[in-house]
Design a protein around this ligand. Structure first.
Ligand code: PGA
Length: 257
C-alpha cells in the first residue's frame, strides 16, 4: 500500500482562472522576487497558471527564476480547425511547463467527461507539459458517502497511460470547497489522499508513489500549514488566494515551513 511520500517535493500552484489583465503581471513579479530571496521556501516548487492571454508575458517575466508558469486547459489536438481553442503545443511554445486539465469548472461549464480529460492529459504529455489532472466530488456525493468511489472512477478514467511523477500531478479538489471558504476536515483530506495514493500505485505502479497529490479548494494563508501537514498532501492548487501576491506568498511560506 501507500509508502511515505514525505520525499515528494511539494508544489504550490496558483490557478488564476479567468482573472487578470496585464496589470496582474505585477503580482507574478512580486512572487518571483520573493522566491529569489535566499532560503525562502527553498524546498517548495511554485507555479502560477494565469489566463492564456498572460502565459507568454508571465513566462518572459519569470525566465531564469524559480517561478514556473502553467496554463489552464488545452485542446486534445495539436492544431486544426477549432476556433477559440488552444493546443498544448501552443502553451508550451508560449512558455508554460504545465497545464491544468479536468478542473471541475471545465467539467461543469463545458461538459468535459473523464475521457475528454484523459485526451487533454495525453495532449499535455505529447507537448512535454506536465498535466495537472483535477478530480473531486460534489457536496451531494460526499453526503451520500460516495467520495472515494467518485474520485477512484475519475482517477481511473482521467489518468492517461504513461503517467509518471515527471509528467503528471493529481489535484484533489472537492467541488463544494472551491471558492466557498469551506474545507474538508484534516482527517477527511488524509482519508482521500491516502486512498488516492494507494489507487495511484495500483494504477501506474511504483511511479504512483511519487506523483504529487495536491489539495485544492479554499486554501488560504491561515489553513495552508495544517493542510500541508496532512500525509500524502504534496502541495496545493490555489484559486482565489493566488490572485494577490501577498496571500500567495504567505501560502508558499506555510508550505515551506
Ligand atoms: P479556490 O479555488 O482556492 O478559490 O477555492 C481552487 C481551484 O479551483 O483550483
Amino acid at each position: 500500500m501507500a509508502a511515505s511520500t514525505s520525499r515528494v517535493r511539494p508544489l504550490v500552484a496558483g490557478n488564476w482562472k479567468m482573472n487578470g489583465l496585464s496589470a496582474a503581471l505585477a503580482e507574478g513579479r512580486q512572487v518571483r522576487d520573493r522566491l529569489q530571496e535566499a532560503g525562502f521556501a527553498a524546498g517548495v516548487d511554485v507555479m502560477i497558471c494565469p489566463p492564456a492571454t498572460l502565459v507568454a508575458a508571465l513566462a518572459r517575466e519569470v525566465a531564469g527564476s524559480r517561478l514556473r508558469v502553467g496554463a489552464q486547459d488545452c485542446h486534445p489536438a495539436p492544431s486544426g480547425a477549432h476556433t477559440g481553442d488552444i493546443a498544448a503545443e501552443m502553451h508550451k511554445d508560449a512558455g508554460a511547463t504545465a497545464v491544468i486539465v479536468g478542473h471541475s469548472e471545465r467539467r461543469a461549464e463545458h461538459g468535459e467527461r473523464d475521457r475528454d480529460v484523459k485526451a487533454k492529459a495525453l495532449a499535455a504529455h505529447r507537448a512535454r507539459l506536465t498535466a495537472i489532472v483535477c478530480i473531486g466530488e460534489t457536496a451531494g456525493e460526499r453526503r451520500a458517502g460516495l467520495t472515494l468511489q467518485v474520485v477512484a472512477r475519475q482517477l481511473a478514467a482521467s489518468l492517461p497511460e504513461g503517467a509518471d511523477a515527471e509528467n503528471t500531478i493529481v489535484a484533489y479538489e472537492p467541488i463544494w470547497a472551491i471558492g466557498t471558504g469551506l474545507t474538508p476536515s484534516l482527517q477527511d483530506v488524509a482519508d482521500v489522499h491516502g486512498f488516492l495514493r494507494g489507487t495511484l500505485v495500483e494504477q501506474v505502479g511504483s511511479a504512483g508513489d511519487r506523483i504529487r497529490l495536491l489539495y485544492g479548494g479554499s486554501v488560504k494563508p491561515d489553513n495552508a500549514r495544517s493542510l500541508m501537514g496532512v500525509s500524502d498532501v504534496n502541495g496545493a492548487l490555489v484559486g482565489g488566494a493566488s490572485l494577490k501576491a501577498t496571500d500567495f506568498i504567505a501560502i508558499i511560506a506555510a508550505c515551506g515551513a
